[in-house]
Design a protein around this ligand. Structure first.
Ligand SMILES: NC(=O)C1=CN([C@@H]2O[C@H](COP(=O)(O)OP(=O)(O)OC[C@H]3O[C@@H](n4cnc5c(N)ncnc54)[C@H](O)[C@@H]3O)[C@@H](O)[C@H]2O)[C@@H](O)CC1
Ligand SMILES: Nc1ncnc2c1ncn2[C@@H]1O[C@H](COP(=O)(O)OP(=O)(O)O)[C@@H](O)[C@H]1O
Ligand SMILES: [K+]
Length: 476
């Protein structure tokens, strides 16, 4: 499990630990981990041209000490000072190790560019020590200017703790920010490392342990071992009913394919049987593709809504939402959701457009503030929310949040959401809670997409077909 803590939690844990350790110990741990990660990123340090962008806080201190470490191992290190109050001891350490420092405003002897811009343009790596967890969103003009030089010249940026400019506690990026090729963070993940759009700005995230003792995390990302432990594996005494039966109320004359695709997702999950309820012509199409599927009857969970189009029986859906069996509510079915019910076992699976309609805010706002709106919908409708997109955000009605980060952008293909709705329903029928079904569903859906894609295009059906193999690999 990857845990993401808030800035306030990190600061409290850091203060408690610092009170027990000699001064500077934590920064030394952070800086050493950072220097090793930069060295690995570069594939060696000797002769490497390293430029440090240094703000006024401890984030710059980390970068300066790491720069000193790299300079002692043969790197040519230049610190660009963005403030007139850089971390004094860090700067002294860098200079003692043979590194040099220049103010961001220093002009170059040769042409109109500044010395800082020339250094950045010719660097092998730029280290972003502008701000970390103490930063407000955005970059000041002089910082933005040097960051843009790195981008223009294709110089990779390694972010210290967080890419400067992102909103650390929400993952929002309302202002200009660093786009890192690698982020090296300390103690624990922060929310911006897991939640898009900031998560994308982090690139891969490397965590350095500095020994913090932390409280329970606000946001978690389940990993393979966690998913494996949750998956409902049948045992010797299982039969098709005890494994769980899923009812599907999906697809329509308008969208018969959605029914076929959602059924494929469901059958690739852990259920013993799938029942299809819908128009005769669609039921025939479903049975032609999946002869295992049977008709109406008792179920342990429902998937409702994918591809229902206008054929929406709102009173019937509301009856099912209020019944005992848990429900996955997807796509058109979301139109039947109201905020009056007691919906603890309901999992809704909107993309940003659908969530924006449910909440009455525009789509771009939902996409920019994914965590906030997933949480708001969970609270407003008393349901578990799985907000689809580049990172999937899962919010439970009691405030728990999980994030799924293993998807490939190739998964953004028509019908992929129908596979997910069918799979999540199967996991609910298999006995998982809505929060766990959403977590396992999102993870396996993405794992299957990666397997099917291998770096190329995929269809929704190919994702469903790869689910059994993705599950086998997880469980083996
Ligand atoms: N908290 C911890 O557990 C640890 C923190 N360490 C480092 O310390 C960092 C936090 O240090 P600080 O608290 O000094 O904070 P930062 O270094 O993140 O930033 C604080 C300074 O930046 C200025 N600032 C804020 N927003 C800005 C913006 N958008 N543009 C320019 N300047 C801005 C502030 O006025 C303040 O002077 C962490 O990110 C990490 O790198 C590590 O040394 C070790 C452990
Ligand atoms: N950029 C992306 N990177 C990774 N996964 C994505 C991205 N965009 C969308 N997805 C995933 O692709 C699937 C698309 O589902 P959805 O939008 O419901 O499509 P449809 O309605 O056509 O089935 C979701 O699981 C979503 O999380
Ligand atoms: K930073």
């Amino acid at each position: 499990m990857r845990h993401a803590h808030t800035v306030e939690q990190v600061r409290a844990a850091e203060a408690a630990l610092m009170a027990r350790l000699p001064e500077g110990t934590l920064m030394q741990r952070a800086a050493t981990g950072l220097a090793v990660a930069i060295s690995n990123f570069l594939g060696g340090t000797y002769g490497a041209r390293v430029v440090l962008l240094i703000g006024s806080g401890d984030n710059g201190g980390d970068a300066l000490y790491a720069g000193a470490y790299l300079a002692r191992r043969g790197a040519q290190v230049t610190a660009v000072l963005l403030s007139d109050k850089p971390h004094a001891a860090g700067l002294a350490a860098l200079e003692t190790a043979g590194g040099q420092a220049i103010p961001v405003t220093a002009s170059s002897a040769s042409n109109g560019t500044t010395a800082a811009q020339s250094a950045v343009a010719g660097a092998d790596v730029v280290v972003d020590g502008i701000v970390g967890i103490g930063g407000r969103p955005g970059l000041r003009p002089e910082a933005l200017a040097v960051v843009q030089v790195a981008e223009r010249y294709g110089v990779p940026i390694v972010a210290v703790d967080t890419p400067s400019g992102v909103d650390v506690d929400t993952g929002e990026t309302p202002e200009p920010h660093v786009n890192a090729a690698l982020t090296v963070t300390f103690g624990t993940h922060k929310i911006c490392h897991l939640v898009d759009p900031a998560a994308t700005a982090c690139g891969p995230v490397h965590l350095v342990d500095i020994g913090l003792d932390l409280p329970p995390a606000q946001v978690q990302a389940l990993q393979a071992a966690d998913i494996k432990a949750l998956y409902p594996v049948p045992h010797g005494e299982s039969d098709k009913y005890s494994r769980g039966v899923l009812g599907l109320m999906v697809g329509s004359a308008q969208y018969p394919g959605a029914a076929v695709i959602a059924t494929a997702g469901a059958l690739a999950g852990p259920v013993g049987m799938v029942r299809y309820v819908g128009p005769d012509a669609v039921a025939s199409a479903v049975r032609e593709a999946h002869p295992e599927v049977v008709g109406d009857g008792r179920v342990q969970a429902w998937t409702i809504g994918s591809g229902l189009g206008d054929e929406l029986d709102v009173p019937r859906i509301r009856e099912l939402l209020d019944a005992e069996e848990p429900v996955v509510l997807d796509a058109d079915g979301l139109k039947a959701l109201d905020d009056s019910g007691d919906h603890v076992d309901v999992l809704i699976t909107p993309h940003a457009g659908e969530l924006s309609r449910l909440l009455g805010v525009d789509r771009a706002t939902v996409e920019a503030e994914r965590l906030k709106y997933a949480r708001l919908a969970a609270e407003t409708f008393d349901v578990t929310v799985l907000l689809k997109g580049s990172t999937t955000v899962i919010a439970g009605p009691d405030g728990e949040v999980r994030v799924n980060t293993n998807a490939t952008p190739w998964l953004a293909t028509a019908g992929a959401g129908d596979v997910l709705a069918g799979l999540c329903g199967a996991l609910l029928a298999g006995g998982l809670t809505a929060l766990d079904a959403a977590s396992v569903g999102a993870y396996l859906h993405a794992a299957a997409a990666n397997l099917a894609s291998g770096g190329g295009p995929i269809t929704a059906i190919a994702v469903a077909q790869a689910l059994p193999e993705a599950t086998r690999r997880l469980l083996s």
